[in-house]
Design a protein around this ligand. Structure first.
Ligand SMILES: Nc1ncnc2c1ncn2[C@@H]1O[C@H](COP(=O)(O)OP(=O)(O)OP(=O)(O)O)[C@@H](O)[C@H]1O
Ligand SMILES: [Mg+2]
Length: 344
């Protein structure tokens, strides 16, 4: 198991109580039947995100997992309004973001930030680190030059960088240092939600744990909410309060980290867990569950009915009829599979 599963404060019994208490926390943002389709010519559409619903509560981490191309990044970007949605609702603090204008819209943009996978291409090479971190502050606050300088230095310290970094350029930094700058830039505007889109995938394993621990520390101190996107199940399990499993544009399972990993219900979730090289002994019993085989079908001509049926060992004729709805199998534990009851 990777280093970041240690010392993160989540695997202990005390944090389980926190996770259980998570349901009491107010909902910060909600996606309801969110769709994002990209036109691909000839009147056809690529359904990158198709009727996805979830909430993220104040101070919690929702992990989003699934194979490459399943729509994780598109979900994150559409949630923040960086991509216009095709349909569905995004409610922030109870208000649909489509209805936000002027100052309210600006406030939404300030409160909801994103950290990208590749900290190099996401940092402007012509700007100094100080300019990068200060950019958001200048947009959202009226501060003097000296106040901005002080704020930037304290943000750099916050993410473990000395003041010396202020005048350097991104290309002079290591991957881990660049990602720290990406985090400082997001933090600069005092956000409430950060979409972390594979923030450690491009980093060396030894650095990954440091960045994860930094994100967890900031969350504890600031009460931040995270939508944490990754294809690394072990890591997501250990840092998330709740986890959503995505397949070909749709959520197929959603629940607390323990529900999804220990009591997984969807054949796709089970197959993903069975594929973890160093499977957790506490994980759901995946023996007898087939490993994932075959390719993910194209999101342009996705299969009728359950999207996973073409790779599912339990698929029956009925699975082709219509898309299975998300059913609440246990309190807070949702699954989109017609056969989940029989498969227990
Ligand atoms: N701007 C775009 N225009 C057209 N298609 C897009 C666009 N962005 C994403 N897609 C397509 O939407 C689908 C979902 O892509 P997305 O990047 O959200 O997946 P992902 O789960 O983040 O994958 P990865 O793990 O590789 O980052 C893919 O089929 C992708 O090719
Ligand atoms: Mg992505």
């Amino acid at each position: 198991m990777n280093d970041f599963t240690r010392n993160d404060g989540r695997a202990s019994d005390s944090s389980r109580t926190d996770a259980q208490a998570a349901d009491e926390r107010p909902v910060l943002i909600e996606a309801k039947d969110l769709c994002k389709y990209f036109p691909v010519g000839g009147g056809r559409v690529l359904k990158a995100v198709d009727r996805v619903s979830f909430v993220i509560r104040s101070g919690e981490t929702l992990g989003l997992v699934g194979e490459s191309g399943c729509g994780k990044s598109t979900t994150g970007r559409t949630l923040l309004g960086l991509y216009p949605r095709t349909s569905g609702e995004i409610r922030y603090g109870g208000t649909d973001i489509g209805a936000l204008k002027g100052r309210e819209l600006k406030e939404f943009r300030r409160q909801c930030q994103i950290i990208f996978q590749d900290p190099y291409s996401s940092l402007d090479p012509r700007m100094t680190i100080a300019e990068i971190v200060a950019e958001g502050i200048r947009v959202f606050e009226k501060l003097s030059k000296e106040e901005i300088r002080q704020r930037v230095n304290s943000l750099l310290a916050r993410v473990g960088l000395t003041e010396d970094f202020a005048n350097r350029f991104a290309h002079e930094l290591s991957g881990g240092q660049r990602q720290r700058v990406g985090i400082a830039r997001a933090l600069a505007v005092s956000p409430r939600l950060i979409v972390c889109d594979e923030p450690i995938s491009a980093l060396d394993v030894s650095i990954q744990a440091q960045i994860i621990n930094l994100l967890l520390e900031l969350q504890r101190e600031e009460g931040l909410s995270y939508l944490f996107i990754s294809h690394d199940l072990s890591m997501v399990r250990h840092i998330s309060d709740r986890v959503g499993i995505m397949y070909l544009g749709s959520l197929v399972e959603l629940g607390s980290s323990d529900q999804v990993f220990r009591e997984s219900l969807h054949p796709y979730t089970r197959a993903l867990i069975a594929a973890i090289p160093d499977a957790d002994p506490d994980a759901a019993d995946t023996k007898g569950h087939s490993r994932l085989e075959g390719e993910v079908p194209s999101p342009v001509d996705s299969p009728s009915g359950c999207r996973f049926r073409t790779r599912c060992p339990y698929a029956q004729e009925a699975c082709a009829a219509d898309i299975p709805p998300m059913e609440e199998a246990a309190p807070g534990h949702f699954v989109a599979c017609r056969r989940w009851r029989e498969l227990q």
